[in-house]
Ligand binder design. Structure first.
Ligand SMILES: Nc1nc2c(c(=O)[nH]1)N[C@H]1C(S)=C(S)[C@@H](COP(=O)(O)O)O[C@H]1N2
Ligand SMILES: [Mo]
Length: 448
């Protein structure tokens, strides 16, 4: 970890901001103007209105820009659209030194630059145990079989087209790697929210409830209490899924993501969607479901994805991602360029259902006030919250604390450590703190 942190020290903060250098320059100029205006309006407290006085000769108003005086690009210039080049700094990023092999690695979602709750598919975080493939869907199959006779009436093999002919459902859900925020379990390490919380994304997934397929195969649900999901990648990633989750109808065999087919990195042509459950169970490039009557104790559930508890025992088959939240703006690596009004914005989620509230503290957890939850607030999906804040230029520590419909309150790092210790790298869902320095710089700190 020390090595990792040392390497990270070399990361330049600028690319972690979603603002381009030009944006930052403009913002700094705006700040100078702001200071001038504040001086003029002597006595006016923090909270001076944004924007310049219209009397000022702003060249962006006075001179007609080329986009007003010339024709734009033709409609057919981009058969498949892409983001503005002015937002090219907004990228998923790999953690330097996390893995010596790019095919067994992760990329982090730039949460600091996203709005609302849906993750653009091209910025969805990635975690591959053995790299990704762009699988030819015509050569892909989903087989459903059983570990022993009697659990299923008829094993079946589905093509992707077969599945797309069945009645589809579309649902918005978050997916979070259980290793998300794992680096922060003992102390603050990562410089930005992208690296502390970026193994998190939220999409609208479209597919077929797995229950429907199992019903078609005549599964004996009284005896088949578990299912094994298997991926077609070289990792042959396998995870046990409790049948109760499948019977609830929530588990999907998905082919759609945000209105189009899954991206290859996210499992095209088929992936399992297991709402509320840790990312590893959302098997990508799904090729097989085996129904059985006992958990499978695969490599990914006996060697990895187990939680070492303070008493030396391992928790196995942990799956639900607990209630958690994080402030994404302002967050580590960003800089507040002026005193005055700042919107504090963040994300909250719970693997157990809906988020019912988010509290925000600007003084390191001494005082809390409720944040606004923005619609829609959906079960097992990201929820966006916003909070009005006037920064007085003093040091501040920003925190958010989420509560879900089961009444579970997101714990402090100390509370979580008291029950879980620091041995596990998984399931750290403790409160995150960002310190705002008088200089306006925002840094990762841990308040226990
Ligand atoms: N077949 C297969 N499925 C997989 C993985 C994998 O390596 N192979 N990685 C798992 C892990 S650990 C996570 S966190 C999620 C990541 O999904 P994403 O890459 O779409 O974000 O996929 C899971 N499903
Ligand atoms: Mo993961």
């Amino acid at each position: 970890m020390a090595e990792l942190t040392r390497r990270l020290g070399r990361l330049r903060p600028a690319p972690e901001n979603f603002l381009s250098e030009a944006d930052l320059k403009a913002a700094r100029e705006g700040r100078r103007r702001f200071l001038r205006t504040s001086l003029l309006a002597a006595g006016a407290a923090a909270g001076a209105p944004l924007g310049a006085q219209a009397g000022e000769a702003d060249p962006a108003i006075v001179n007609l820009p080329p986009w007003t005086t010339s024709p734009g690009s033709p409609v057919a210039a981009r058969p498949y659209g892409s983001p503005s080049r002015h937002r090219s700094a907004l990228q998923r990023r790999e953690l330097p030194g996390l893995s010596p092999v790019g095919a067994n690695s992760a990329s982090y979602c730039p949460l600091q630059g996203l709005f609302g709750i849906i993750t653009p598919s091209g910025l969805h975080y990635e975690r591959h145990h053995h790299g990704w493939h762009d699988i030819d869907p015509s050569r892909h199959r989903l087989m459903i079989n059983a570990s022993r006779p009697g659990l299923i009436a008829e094993p079946r093999i589905y093509t992707v087209e077969d599945l797309m002919r069945l009645p589809p459902v579309s649902r918005i859900h978050f997916i979070e790697c259980s290793g998300n925020t794992g680096t922060e379990r003992a102390h603050a390490t990562m410089p930005t929210v992208q690296y502390t919380h970026g193994l998190l994304s939220c999409s609208e997934f479209t597919g077929v409830p797995l229950r429907l397929l199992l019903e078609e195969c005549g599964v004996d649900f009284r005896r088949a209490r578990f299912a094994l999901a298997e991926g077609a990648d070289g990792a042959s990633l396998t995870r046990t899924i409790p049948m109760a989750l499948i019977e609830s109808g929530e588990v999907l065999v998905a082919y759609g993501q945000n209105g189009e087919s899954l991206r290859p990195e996210n499992g095209f042509p088929l992936r399992l969607v297991v709402p509320g459950v840790q990312g590893v169970s959302w098997v990508k490039w799904l090729r097989r479901i085996e129904v059985g009557d006992a958990p499978y104790a695969t490599r990914e559930e006996s060697l990895h994805y187990i939680d070492l508890m303070p008493d030396g025992q391992h928790r196995q088959y942990t799956s639900i991602q607990e209630c958690k939240s994080v402030i994404t703006t302002p967050s580590g690596g960003q800089t507040l360029l002026s005193r005055g009004f700042h919107n504090i914005s963040g994300l909250a989620w719970s693997g157990r259902g809906r988020v019912t509230g988010v509290d925000v503290s600007v003084d390191g957890g001494r005082n809390w006030r409720s944040a606004r939850l923005e619609a829609p607030v959906l079960a097992k999906a990201l929820t966006r919250f916003n909070f009005d804040w006037v920064w007085d230029g003093q040091a501040a520590v920003l925190q958010s604390r989420a509560i879900d419909e089961t009444g579970y309150v997101q714990p402090t790092p100390a509370e979580l450590r008291a029950v879980r210790g620091t041995g596990s790298i998984y399931h750290n869902h403790a409160i995150q703190s960002w310190q705002v320095r008088p200089s306006g710089e925002v840094v990762n700190v841990q308040v226990v």
